[in-house]
Design a protein around this ligand. Structure first.
Ligand code: FAD
Length: 407
């Protein structure tokens, strides 16, 4: 997004046109999404449907291909990644999720982990940071995970129970994490939030844990949506990490988490756009072809107006997503806009995918079409990264401080 101040006219002009460079990057991501992610996801879904969740497997070489195309690390600063700005990153995220929400989510796990490290700013030894950023930016691609949630504490993150005890020059972690994207055997690194001090937000620290550290084990979860992603539990049984692997300082983990979410929520919102757009396009195509009572159903206002509402909602959501990314990019407080964007875009994705199923009628419920799958994927986005109720809670906290307008 190009924002310029026209001093002569005294107005702030905002243009939403993509730059030439952004168009080229989007074209690369779209081609990969269309030619590689969609067929891979279809094959994975078929295998899971036929043989159960044990048949989950990302096709050989796909991760490395995504890495080679620059689609795993575009938001990570140079020299490790491409260092793209937040708005351009959101554009790529939309395309990849348009290809397949589950694979896009899993392939984004390295960037999530990196986002946690970067949220610590000076609170992490640069040598340690660079070592782990290089790991997740490996040329062959890498999975990673950021682990806040526990069986009894998701929204209530300040209430986590995983413990880290100091032992000489290291920390020893014990506990359980759940619903974690990329928590799988072979994952390169975990960022684990654990209790180091008093109850509540002030007693939490974040730790870099090698994915294959002794005492770490994983269990895959079988969920309604994002079934091509890998969501798992992490069991930490006396896992030892060096003291310089604390990210952001001892007892400062909650702050790291909040900074992380401020930057990740607009990107999650961008992924919701990808799902919504995929379902919308599919529904438009279907409505133009499907005939009922002797005419394409697109000629029926009951259908075409529904589609018009879907298109409008997506465009409105995209404007909000780009605006929140632009705000984050300028280093301004993006808490309120990020929560708006995350909740609005994922609610739009839920509405649009549900309406897409309606447009397809019975076919919409069948696995012959992907819209039922996208509807299940959209539901996940209303829950992850802080549920949409939590986003409204965050907004209300701004309001109670008298902040109702975004500068
Ligand atoms: C596919 C998937 C991937 C995920 N990936 C990750 C990951 O990589 N890392 C990670 O740490 N976590 C991850 N999560 C977990 C996710 O962040 C949590 O599920 C989410 O934060 C909600 O927590 P919870 O499930 O414990 O629900 P709860 O916190 O138990 O909430 C249950 C319900 O109560 C509502 N609620 C709770 N508190 C309030 C309140 N104060 N006001 C109003 N309503 C409230 C919630 O909105 C929700 O509707 C993932 C989840 C899924 C499904």
């Amino acid at each position: 997004m190009d924002t310029t101040i026209d001093v002569e006219q005294g107005i702030n002009r905002i243009t939403f046109a993509r730059t030439d460079e952004q168009r080229e990057l989007v074209a690369v991501a779209n081609a990969f999404a269309r030619e590689r992610l969609r067929p891979a996801a279809d094959a994975m879904q078929r295998a899971i449907a036929e043989h159960g969740f044990g048949a989950w497997q990302v096709p050989d070489g796909l991760l490395a291909e995504a890495a080679a195309a620059g689609l795993l690390t575009y938001a990570i600063p140079e020299p490790h990644g491409s260092g793209l700005d937040a708005v351009t990153s959101a554009m790529l995220m939309e395309e990849l999720t348009w290809g397949d929400p589950g694979l896009a989510s899993l392939f984004g796990s390295g960037q999530l982990f990196a986002g946690g490290l970067l949220a610590a700013g000076d609170g992490l030894d640069p040598a340690v940071r660079d070592h782990w950023l290089a790991k997740v930016c490996a040329p062959e691609g890498a999975y990673a995970a950021i682990a806040f949630s526990e069986p009894h504490a998701g929204s209530d993150l300040a209430n986590i129970r995983t413990r880290a005890e100091r032992d000489g020059g290291s920390w020893v972690l014990t506990g359980e994490k759940t619903w974690i994207t990329g928590a799988m055997p072979g994952t390169s690194a975990l960022l684990v939030f654990a209790r180091t001090g008093e109850d509540g937000a002030g007693g939490i620290s974040a730790f870099i844990v090698p994915g294959d550290a002794e005492g770490v084990s994983y269990q895959k979860l079988d969920l309604l949506g994002l079934r091509t992603s890998y969501t798992g539990q992490i069991f930490l049984d006396g896992v030892r990490v060096p003291s310089d692997h604390v990210v952001g300082g001892v007892d400062a983990g909650f702050l790291v988490a909040m900074k992380f979410f401020a930057h990740s929520r607009p990107q999650v919102a961008a992924s919701a756009l990808g799902i919504a757009r995929a379902a919308f396009e599919h529904a438009v195509e279907y409505a133009n072809e499907r005939e009922a009572f002797g005419k394409p159903i697109m000629t029926r206002q009951g259908v075409s107006f529904l589609l018009a509402d879907m298109g409008m909602k997506i465009e409105a959501a995209r404007a909000l997503v780009w605006r929140s990314c632009d705000t984050a990019e300028r280093g301004e407080d993006v808490g309120l806009l990020g929560s708006y964007a995350k909740a609005f875009a994922s609610d739009v994705a839920m509405q649009v995918t549900t309406d897409a199923v309606q447009v397809l009628g019975g076919a919409g419920l069948s696995t012959d079409h992907p819209v039922e799958r996208w509807m299940r994927d959209a539901k996940v986005l209303q829950i992850v990264e802080g549920t949409n109720q939590v986003q409204r809670l965050i907004a209300s906290r701004y309001y109670s401080q008298g902040m109702v307008a975004v500068p």
